[in-house]
Design a protein around this ligand. Sequence first.
Ligand code: XUL
Ligand code: MN
Length: 344
Amino acid sequence: MSAEYRFSFGPWNLHEGADPFGPTVRPTVAFAEKLRMYKQLGFEGVQFHDDDAVPDLETLSAAEVAKKAAAVKKMLDAEGLVAEFVAPRLWEHPNGIDGAYTANDPAVRRWAIDRSKRAIDIANALDTRLIVLWLAREGTYIRESKNALDSHRYLVDALNEMLRHDPRSQIAIESKPNEPMDHAYIPTVGHALAIAHQTVDPDRVGGLIETAHAMLAGLDPSDEMAFALSAGKLWSVHLNDQNGLKFDQDKSFGAANLRGAFNQVRILELAKYAETGRFIGLDVKAMRTQKADVAHKHLANSRQVFLTLVDKVRRFPNDQAARLIADRDYEALELLVLEHLMGN
Ligand code: XUL
Ligand code: MN
């Protein structure tokens, strides 16, 4: 029997339904209540932004942050949960309006690195080594507003300072090509792994691949995953779905493109990802039209679709497929895949 998959999500995936054009439509679920829901929904890993774990951390001393993080660790223990990663949330603070690590203002770059070190300290208090960097505003709306050569050097500088801050931490860069920026500096996992190799410790910098982000870059998410997996650098995933090139939709896994979802699961199976002990993270949003009392179903449903697709991958008629590949009968292979997905 192969290893079991472990599932995670972030507290932001249970949310009030605000979008850029309208306010919240559901009441806030308290953090403690969210933690109680994890196990019921089939999840054991919690993904954190630094301020999900320690709200208002900017106004607290280092000792106060440590105390609050220790209290959260106790809450996790009480629920039988573990922290998967901590991600510094640099994009909501007024300092980060023009980017954080790549801001033109050196004082802002200093702030961003210092806050990231605090995020690493929080991760340690929560007993996880993994730091995720979604580089939200590290890019431009107007190309001439930054020197992109400097920006890439600043990114390497920031990574190096984080790596030196704690020699045990690992940094997974979550690439995304756009939104909120017109163009982001690290649009694909290839960029993430290339920048990893410019740091003082490339072995400790890897990637987190989100389905929707890969699709927004016009790429196949399963091939992005294969690229990172082949380098031993896929350290988490944000599975979800995306219906074409529009805003980042974070739809339930498989909801728009079931075959694409099948291929992501297939590549994770081929790479024996479950055996690495890394998490299958879901970064899915409930539809804004979903009623409050059922606004958690997108999580359990995405996990269920993943597990059903694991079963589909394991029961795929590989021998038959191999014969068709040898025969170069790709139309027959196509039909074999489609019939298998349709349950025949
Ligand atoms: C943004 C995104 C974020 C990160 C965590 O598109 O995916 O939710 O995953 O900050
Ligand atoms: Mn994500």
